[in-house]
Design a protein around this ligand. Sequence first.
Ligand code: 13P
Ligand code: SF4
Length: 311
Amino acid sequence: MEKQNLINEIKRLKKEKNAVIMAHYYQTADIQDIADMVGDSLSLSQWASNTEADIIVLCGVHFMGETAKILSPDKKVLIPDMEAGCSLADSCPADEFEKFVNAHPDHTVISYVNTTAAVKALTDIVVTSTNSKKIIDQLPVDEKIIFGPDRNLGDYINSITGRNMLLWDGACHVHEQFSVEKLIQLKQENPDAAIIAHPECKSVILKMADFVGSTSSLLNYTTKSEKKKFLVVTESGIIHQMEKHNPDKTFIPVPPEIEGQTCHCNECIFMRKNTLEKLYRCLKDEKPEILIDEELRKKAVKPILKMLEMS
Ligand code: 13P
Ligand code: SF4
């Protein structure tokens, strides 16, 4: 089907079925443009817990759809491609995480939202990169904390909160790949540009950054900043919104370590599994649908509600 027909059909089906389309900032520009809401992981979970729609189409990765279903069990939650996983969530299998948690029974367990429902069920409080500092700052200073699964984000939170959280050794394949050499070279070529980075990047990158934050925080920073040029060290999908909000500013995606013309490592292969065509088919056929065992959901919802309460 032609792109314009796809867009028209998606709009028609959305209305007919009382569906809402929510998209993460790392989705392709055409999906962001047709979505009713575009946001970071925290906003997606807040919207999912409040919507009046009968169907939520979550254009993002699996854990985002799962979080929406955990919060809104009576809604039908669809994602355009069930294969849209997350290397960070995969780096934390629930059975191994459970052993880690059991080995430190006096610790509060804080998990990044980029985890499976089974890991959330082992967690006391879920956080996202937008609210992690705010939430952790509310805990007593001597509280012993386990943080998983992202070691880079955990390291960064330790550095800005003065905590010494015990970290799970997980990482995101996209944010681990950014090249320090290419960033230095780009900065030399663009000395007036601000370096902005997501906290899932390695500490060597974060130390070079003028600003570190979640996707929504990076977007806000580019809008408020007096700078006219930015070196963007996160998934390049966010640049679409940065350009829309700031047509007079320049955004340069920082490339990954791996050489080669065909490498798009600053694009998340999982996020990019979703396409307009798959979004259309998913709305039309009402599948693939996220389903979750009710016992597991009841356990996983508690730390997410705690997060929403503390945000
Ligand atoms: P945000 O919560 O900053 O949107 O991050 C989501 C994510 O998957 C980062 O890789
Ligand atoms: Fe997961 Fe990384 Fe993709 Fe975010 S960018 S969804 S952390 S694999």
